[in-house]
Design a protein around this ligand. Structure first.
Ligand code: HBI
Ligand code: FE
Length: 292
């Protein structure tokens, strides 16, 4: 992260790291990758993704064939919540990322994965960023949460607390579950953009599923190389937004004296929805979890 933070935008990118999407430059194979991924997800997400996500797909008409043109979806997104999508070459430095979010711009990778990377890639592409993240940004409450996260990110950087705040993003925006009246539902972008994890996170007996608690989450390591070993469950998007209304300063002070929590831990203080078997994680022998 530190090395990236001093990085300059690549040639052709603006000082804020944005580039033109150049929608007309995608070829039919690239549109085909989007459509393949899109159709796979539509096969698993009804009944698994939360209502806000599914409504967002409809509102932006992401059902239309192929990679979405930001010029087409931005007017509707701006009308709904004041957010818009901007294109970037790939991962951008933390401060640049937070500044975009704080100003209601979501930086989305311009490129799309190749057909041999349908299930996993290490840098966020346009499918993860737009299919995964943008539908939730049509929800006014979630839209406020994301802006607050960007503002909090800029503060956390100044306080040297980004490792704690980044875990909040990971366990909510990327891998969050929600308790809906109809049952457990997905809202995290890292899950809704993955066919296998969309099923695993709700139905597999392996992972722990625990009630969301801000400080608990900020202390918990996460893995970036495989399915999560723990998911945190919020009661509503409004409850999540309320978390960011408090000053995180005193929390960071308390966290300074608190040890990190392992990815498979279940504590006496946890509200346990599922005490997982961790059988899947253990079956991945020879793989030491890569955590942050
Ligand atoms: N850049 N394009 C892009 N997308 C991200 O999700 C992203 C990023 N840069 C930094 C970053 N995420 C993380 O470091 C923060 O979530 C903490
Ligand atoms: Fe993401």
């Amino acid at each position: 992260m530190a090395a990236l933070d001093t990085a300059l935008p690549p040639p052709g990118a603006r000082p804020d790291w944005t580039i033109d999407q150049r929608w007309s430059s995608y070829d039919s194979a690239e549109h085909g990758v989007w459509t393949t991924l899109y159709e796979r997800q539509l096969g698993v997400l009804p009944g698994r993704a939360c209502d806000a996500f599914l409504k967002g797909l409809d509102a932006l008409d992401l059902h239309r064939g192929g990679i979405p043109d930001f010029e087409r979806i931005n007017p509707e997104l701006q009308r709904l919540t004041g957010w818009r999508v901007v294109a970037v070459p790939g991962l951008v430095p933390d401060a640049v990322f937070f500044d975009h979010l704080a100003n209601r711009r979501f930086p989305a990778g311009q490129f799309i994965r190749t057909p041999d990377q349908l299930d996993y890639l290490s840098e966020p592409d346009i499918f993860h960023d737009v299919f995964g993240h943008v539908p939730m940004l049509t929800d006014p409450t979630f839209a406020d949460y994301m802006q607050a996260y960007g503002e909090g990110g800029l503060r956390a950087q100044g306080l040297n607390q980004l490792h704690h705040l980044a875990r909040l993003y990971w366990y909510t925006v990327e891998f969050g579950l929600m308790q809906a009246p109809e049952g457990l539902r997905i809202y995290g972008a890292g899950i809704v953009s993955s066919r296998a994890e969309s099923v695993f996170c709700l139905e597999d007996p392996s992972p722990n599923r625990l009630g969301f608690d801000l400080e608990r989450v900020m202390r918990t390591l996460y893995r970036i190389d495989d399915f999560q070993q723990v998911y945190f469950v919020i009661s509503s998007i409004e409850a999540l937004r309320k978390v960011t209304l408090q000053d995180f300063g005193p929390i960071y002070g308390r966290l300074a004296g608190a040890p990190d929590i392992a990815i498979d831990a279940v504590l006496p203080t946890d509200r346990v929805l599922t005490h997982g078997s961790q059988a899947y994680a253990r079956s991945r022998i020879g793989r030491t979890p890569v955590t942050a």
